[in-house]
Design a protein around this ligand. Structure first.
Ligand code: GLV
Ligand code: MN
Ligand code: MN
Length: 397
């Protein structure tokens, strides 16, 4: 089975034309946007041309089936609001190329998948989480994006192609190739990473409500200013985390909605995302308790009210030893001295599949460690090397 590097790169560049942002190679292809749905339908047509059986499930997860039971290779093709061209897309197109090459060679079948909403417009890795049976579809349907659109409403946009959920037992294992999205390979072995573990994540929405008022007439001492509240919360939280976190722990307030968001109005309400990640589930729990206590204390101190949304999350996951060994053996043969084992600080669909079937992940470097930005990129020689390492591992499995 020999993957065709030119065809793989051509497909990868074609996929980039769906939702092309016009800034570098970046894309805007959020889950269930017009560009995302058009990209999924184009991918489906490429799968069909490759002789794979196309299947969309109720969540918009797209499968290209190579046989009754097979290895599954893939990732996601939705993007962040300002996404790079490779995040997810690389793993889907690599899966397509290997499934196609396997068919051409008459090798054992390989199937390909593009999971939906990996980037968490509605949940966290929503498509693979529902397919894996970890999240109920009815519950997921109530999730909203920042503008209040529910997943149930968004899913209707793909109702014309949706079939049933596929049984998980159709697949003997899962491999995902992805860009690293950080600086470790760039600063380390250089070209290939074999993932040992994927960190766990927790994510919630928090709101502080005070009193909206006139920015000229309201004395400072009488204000219940939601922005000042968020600022105080952030400062106290960073202080308290210092006793609990390690240098690998990360936390982010990445989305903030201030109401009414006007220069001459004391803001009455702020709603923001609070996300934290670590390889240790117990530490994630301790951080959750600190977030809750801090929010309640800081709100009480200023006479504000606080609302804490549900905590969503994915547990830390180790990659399967057999998959790690196959990928490491392949990396050793094709990239001697230029590969390393490493954990993943980014979330991946592989974390949802690992409890169901032997699962492995392969990284290629991100230039400058940049991702979730239009500037994200990887040298094409590294993309092709990754494809070859993955194909060799798939063949050995
Ligand atoms: C997935 O893109 C993540 O945020 O790790
Ligand atoms: Mn990704
Ligand atoms: Mn991403």
């Amino acid at each position: 089975m020999t993957p065709n590097a030119e065809r793989f790169l051509a497909d990868l560049h074609s996929l980039r034309s769906f939702g092309a942002a016009g800034t570098g190679k970046g894309v805007k292809r959020r889950a269930f946007s017009e560009a995302d749905i058009a990209a999924r339908k184009w991918l489906a047509s490429r799968m069909e041309e490759a002789g794979l059986e196309v299947h969309f499930d109720p969540l918009g997860n797209l499968f290209g089936l190579g046989g009754e039971r097979s290895l599954l290779i893939g990732s996601h093709s939705d993007s962040q609001p300002e996404g790079g061209w490779l995040d997810g897309a690389l793993g889907v197109v690599a899966g397509l190329e290997i499934a196609r090459a396997a068919k051409e060679a008459g090798a054992p079948p390989v199937s390909v998948v593009s999971f939906q909403d990996e980037e968490g417009r509605f949940g966290v890795l929503t498509g693979s989480e529902v397919w894996a049976g970890k999240l109920d579809l009815a519950e997921a349907d109530t999730f909203t994006d920042e503008a209040g659109l529910t997943l149930a409403e968004a899913r209707r946009r793909m109702a014309d192609v949706a079939g049933d959920f596929l049984p998980q037992g159709r697949f003997s294992g899962f491999l995902e190739m992805h860009i690293e999205q950080g600086p470790a390979l760039d600063q380390g072995a250089g070209r290939i990473g074999v993932v040992t573990d994927i960190v766990g994540i927790r994510d919630m929405r928090i709101s502080f409500t005070g009193q909206q008022n006139h920015a000229g007439t309201t004395p400072m001492a009488l204000r219940a200013d939601a922005f000042q509240e968020l600022s105080a919360f952030n400062t106290v939280l960073n202080d308290r985390f210092a006793n609990v976190v390690t240098p690998q722990t990360v936390w982010t307030i990445g989305h903030v909605a201030l109401h009414p968001n006007a220069a001459s109005v004391v803001p009455g309400q702020v709603t923001f995302s609070m996300q934290w990640r670590d390889g240790d589930a117990e530490r994630l729990g301790r951080m959750a308790a600190i977030i809750r206590e801090t929010a309640e204390e800081v709100a009480a101190a200023r006479g504000m009210s606080v609302s804490l949304g549900p905590v969503m999350g994915i547990e830390p996951q180790a990659m399967h030893p057999q998959m790690q060994a196959a990928l490491a053996d392949s990396a050793g043969a094709l990239a001697p001295g230029e590969w390393q084992k490493m954990p993943s600080g980014a979330l991946h669909d592989a974390a949802n599949l690992a409890p169901l079937m032997p699962t492995g992940m392969l990284f290629v470097p991100s230039i400058g460690g940049i991702s979730h930005d239009f500037a994200e990129d990887t040298a094409e020689a590294d993309l092709v090397l990754g494809l070859q390492v993955l194909a060799r591992a798939a063949a050995s499995l």
